[in-house]
Design a protein around this ligand. Structure first.
Ligand code: SAH
Length: 266
């Protein structure tokens, strides 16, 4: 299951080093190795090492970042996990469908599963970086899992799905060799990474301000636009086309304001 190398577990501002260790232990169990910590309160820590119970290699190779954008820069698919139903309607998936999507994508590029703070989970701006929100369907009146347990459940769903898929391929190939060729993979599409998307969103926001589109509604509208484009999961080429359109709008806007200021100065 080499593809599991493409899975990245991102913990945002974990407060308790014990939870970092528990997450590392779960990762070791499930065969996932890329751990990224965004501004951990305490790391490295002997408490984290003790709770990792031998998954030291994961802690030793963990990357510490100062922002979520840095952690996700090269990822083309991002899942945000949450214990709460959110008031804003985010595109959401159950853990098994989410991990099925992840399985398809990790043949190509890094896929991140993002976990929030113990006290308050993920902020809305952080959810903006995610293509899907995932909630493990536990008891509605007591829905907050321990961080390490949430990592275990998500990675278990991923691993279980991979085992089932492998078994299905094996079964086909022993029952009928001619008909059992695995379905041809979708042609590889170069998906835009989180870094590409953040660049595009900043550019779009800037242009929409320049043409006075927002009329004081920028945060809400930007969030809706971000959700639209995240749902589309565009390729890098498509994002380049969108940026070309934005550049053309900027150019027109500049010509328009240059000509009106030269008219005014006459
Ligand atoms: N009080 C926080 C809970 C944080 S628990 C809140 O209300 O959001 C810490 C993290 O564990 C969460 O941010 C999420 O990443 C993960 N988590 C906990 N329970 C979960 C659940 N039921 N489904 C998905 N993720 C969960």
């Amino acid at each position: 299951m080499k593809e599991l190398n493409y899975i990245r577990v991102v913990l945002v501002e974990p407060t308790h080093p014990g939870n970092i260790g528990a997450a590392a232990r779960a990762m070791g169990n499930m065969g996932v190795e890329q751990l990224v910590l965004v501004n951990p309160s305490e790391f490295p820590s002997p408490v984290a090492s003790a709770r990792a119970s031998g998954a030291d290699w994961i802690l030793e190779n963990a990357r510490v970042c100062t922002s979520l954008d840095e952690a996700l820069e090269d990822c083309t698919l991002v899942f945000g996990t949450t214990a709460r139903m959110r008031s804003i309607e985010w595109p959401s998936l159950d853990p098994w469908s989410a991990m099925e999507n992840a399985r398809d994508r990790i043949k190509d590029t890094p896929v991140a599963i993002v976990f929030g703070r113990e006290s308050s989970g993920l902020k809305n701006e952080e959810m903006d970086r995610c293509h899907h929100l995932v909630r493990i369907p536990v008891n509605d009146v007591f829905s907050s899992l321990n961080l390490g347990s949430a990592v275990t459940v998500m990675l278990y769903e991923l691993r279980k799905g991979m085992i089932v898929a492998e078994q299905e391929i094996d079964q086909h190939s022993t029952t009928d060799n001619n008909l059992s060729k695995p379905v041809a993979k979708k042609s590889r599409q170069e998906f835009a990474s989180t870094g590409d998307m953040q660049g595009f969103y900043a550019h779009m926001e800037d242009v929409l301000h320049k043409i006075d589109f927002f009329d004081g509604r920028s945060t809400k509208l930007m969030r809706k636009l971000i959700r639209l484009f995240n749902r589309a999961q565009p390729s890098r080429e498509e994002i380049n086309i969108m940026r070309g359109i934005l550049a053309a709008v900027e150019y027109r806007e500049k010509c328009r304001s240059d000509s009106s200021s030269s008219l005014n100065s006459r």
